[in-house]
Design a protein around this ligand. Sequence first.
Ligand code: ISE
Length: 367
Amino acid sequence: MTTPAPAPAGTAPAPAGSGDLRVAVIGVGLMGADHVARLDRRTSGARVVVVNDFLAEKAEQVAAGVPGCRTVPDPFEAIRAEDVDAVVVASPGPTHGDLVLACIEAGKPVLCEKPLTTDSASALAVVRAEDAFVERTGRRLVQLGFMRRFDAEYAALKDLLDSGDLGAPLLLHCAHRNADVPPHFGSEMMINDSVVHEVDVARFLLDEEISAVTALRPTASRHAAEGASDPMMVLLETTGGRLVDVEIFVRTGVAYEVRTEVVCEDGSASIGHDAGLVRHSATAGEGVRAGRITPGFRERFGQAYDTEVQRWVDAARRGEVDGPGVWDGYAAVAVCEAGVESVRSGGRVEVRLADRAGDRSEVGAPA
Ligand code: ISE
């Protein structure tokens, strides 16, 4: 559970008032534009008032579709704007750290897509900046866009594990397969962009930190990008001695397949079977049993994104954070950093997390 620290006497939760949360969306590529549409059409209590993108034309185009929305060419100006209460950061990863720091400085809630930053030292600096803000105001501001925690299947799996019905978890098997990815998506991006979700899922489900990473590189598929190790098997060890194996395969040519199985002392449980409609029919005289596999992550996790954003808005209006926080962002960056090192060296790499100041940011489920 990510419970915000109580506000000390005399500090009011922000934003004040009971009106809609006025949101700036920084970066309106695929994910950012999705979030603008989600906030505009499927989220209550929020309005997108500002969008920003390094492609001015793109920003204009997205803003034109949202009543009362304007573009601001400088993202930092967008964050500081008086009519902006909260910020969604969906720009390219290397820009995230400075933008989130600016949100903290402005005292504005921020939902930041992963990664928090691109290296663990700068991610820790953001943790410490939020810590200092909490010291002063009693409020947290940063939520990370690990949407799977809001997916109904992951939430059910988490509830089952927490109920204790299956005994203690021992092993976690994760498969993460994409039909295809852009040409520049090499081995390091496979860790930073894709395995990162399994890292967060492992921390979320097992309530433990990851202590070591080993990336194994079997024979590459003939469809692999030039120089990429596709597929890979990534082994994560947790501080409690549990093992997590992640198959990452980003050019299967099939569809989007994300499966998760937890093996416990008294049973096992799995999710991600695409168990929708199964059709029985004949093709060329042969009986065929067929169902549809989700094409991509935006379809598979559409409900999770909607729930994530609605809960972020509701919490921001109360002056709270209700989801994975800045520590979760930092831990994911640190584990992926070790993962990338393991891809390069071929060996096992230990993860050394900084000391956590107090127990303010937790590994567990959103409230
Ligand atoms: C993408 O960037 C995501 O964040 C998706 O959730 C993930 O499944 C996909 O593999 C990534 O490329």
